[in-house]
Design a binder for this molecule. Structure first.
Ligand SMILES: [Zn+2]
Length: 339
């Protein structure tokens, strides 16, 4: 059984390749964070190493070892593997040494399975040297080795690397599908399932993590409090906040993107409330606050600020100066008009 939920297109393509014995030697799985890229990669690693009649069975020794990260032939390469310290680097990246180690390992025959599988998590974080080194490996495929690159953004990888991989897109699930999966797990209260299904925007992995780890919802509440305080805060408070975000931006863009998404959700919710569609909001646990706040703004103000957040996000993606972009955004937070 493929464990990944809702990615039927990618799964059936892989399933067909398996049946036809035409598995590619390199895959690039592209999709937003927590959409299921790692789950699918591990499933594929199971599928090629599982002895069952209909792999991946999920039950045999090989499948279970892969799930628990204990299979000798399945390795994950990422920022947190191979003793790669990110603390002293302004921009965390996957180093050439990690790729060289992987190359060496890939030149040895499988230890206990049929295939060696190397999963590169966050492939957009490969350093230039590491990407060039990887390219050489991809250009000279050897039997019994599969590389699976995972990325949130394929355009941040060298085109030469992308062209050597079979690309599979993973898409966010409909909210109803996420809710159905969460409701199958009886330990999650229906109300919480509803909230998580909306908050995750189709990325089931986040909802499943947040269901068992309260710190994720707590973190969201803290970030939201912080953002709401900025609306009434003076410029000094807003610029202090920018300074903190910029410091985090240099360590990893993902976190800043999460804050942006939260901010965008909030203002979209205000728009929905203003338009009389409260039933469609994301932050259902803050509905009363949203209704109250929406009274202080007119539609044009809300729309303009949503555009500003989107534009700022786009500028950051295009490598604009983060401090400048965020400070301009802070100046654009609309004042309450009572409209
Ligand atoms: Zn199995």
């Amino acid at each position: 059984m493929w464990q990944v939920v809702g990615q039927s297109r990618a799964v059936s393509l892989l399933q067909r390749s398996l049946e036809q014995g035409s598995i590619a030697h390199a895959y690039l799985l592209v999709g937003p964070p927590h959409v299921g890229k790692m789950t699918l990669a591990l499933n594929l690693a199971q599928a090629v190493n599982c002895p069952a009649a209909e792999p991946p069975c999920g039950l045999c020794n090989a499948c279970q070892k892969i799930t628990s990260g204990k299979h000798a032939d399945v390795q994950i390469i990422g920022l947190n593997s191979g003793g790669n310290s990110t603390e002293d680097k302004p921009h965390a990246e996957i180093s050439i040494n990690q790729i060289r180690e992987m190359q060496h390992s890939s030149s040895l025959p499988p230890f206990e399975g049929r295939y060696k599988v190397f999963i590169i998590d966050g492939a957009e974080l490969l350093s230039t040297e590491a990407a060039n080194c990887l390219l050489k490996t991809l250009e000279e495929p050897v039997g019994g080795v599969i590389f699976i690159l995972l990325t949130t953004n394929g355009t941040m990888l060298p085109a030469t690397v992308v062209s050597r991989c079979q690309q599979l897109e993973l898409h966010p699930l409909p909210t109803s599908e996420v809710k159905a999966v969460l409701n199958e797990q009886r330990s999650i209260e229906p109300k919480k399932a509803e909230l998580l299904a909306r908050l995750c925007h189709g990325c089931l992995g986040w909802a499943l993590s947040a269901a068992v780890d309260d710190s994720l919802l707590q973190q969201r509440a803290e970030r939201l409090d912080r953002l709401l305080a900025l609306i009434t805060g003076d410029y000094e408070e807003r610029f202090d906040y920018v300074a903190q975000l910029v410091a985090q931006f240099s360590q990893g863009r993902g976190l800043v993107q999460e804050v942006f998404d939260l901010w965008l959700d909030w203002w979209r919710d205000l728009l929905l409330v203003k338009l009389g569609s409260s039933g469609a909001i994301t932050n259902i646990d803050f509905e009363a606050t949203l209704v109250d706040m929406a009274r202080g703004y007119n539609l044009a103000q809300i729309r303009a600020f949503i555009n500003s957040i989107q534009a700022a996000g786009e500028q950051l993606r295009q490598n604009a100066n983060p401090r400048l972009v965020l400070e301009v955004l802070m100046l654009r937070i609309p004042g309450r008009s009572g409209g």
